[in-house]
Design a protein around this ligand. Sequence first.
Ligand SMILES: Nc1nc2c(c(=O)[nH]1)N[C@H]1C(S)=C(S)[C@@H](COP(=O)(O)O)O[C@H]1N2
Ligand SMILES: [Mo]
Length: 189
Amino acid sequence: MKTLPPGQKKSDIFPRFGLPQYANRFPTEIENISFTIGGDVEEFEISETLNSLTRIDQISDFHCVTTWSKLNLNWSGYSFKEFYRKLIQPKASEDITFVILKAQDGYKTSMSLADLMQPNVLLADQLDNQPLNLEHGAPIRIVAPDHYGYKNLKHIKRIEFYSKKQVVKQGYLSFMDHPRARVAFEERA
Ligand SMILES: Nc1nc2c(c(=O)[nH]1)N[C@H]1C(S)=C(S)[C@@H](COP(=O)(O)O)O[C@H]1N2
Ligand SMILES: [Mo]
């Protein structure tokens, strides 16, 4: 038996989870992958270029801060690290440390680049060998298994890369946010 991280309970289902203010707001483009890059990096759009990266399949657990965990989810997508190294870094003139993630439903969050560069962080476009559905983040989302669900942004619309930490009005109540939100350390908020 796998041991769950502190304070988490196993869930038999994988709920669609969003705060009430996002629950009835849906992404506008769920078929084609297309999102923009900006911040301290020159503006451009990511779409088919993602196909040049290596496809990665990964089984990992998912932990929502409200205490449910879904074990052994079968994701497929691209390594964030390879994405950054091949597609972003060549366009960045400064040293990037901080990343803002924005979604099509208005949700947003931020993470340090160092946390996103961990080998198990994906830009995932498939779950259980199917394209992501509306519930779970179509057409592409962040999967960061070592971080609470609220850092795992669905329906990616834009990713901004900055050399310095920015003040971000998060897509949820600010008292809920933790800059790192690591599950193993119970950095809930
Ligand atoms: N765009 C967007 N991403 C989001 C959310 C949201 O409401 N909108 N909710 C977050 C929260 S709190 C959790 S726990 C996970 C849930 O992912 P799931 O709906 O695939 O279970 O998505 C995260 N990413
Ligand atoms: Mo969550």
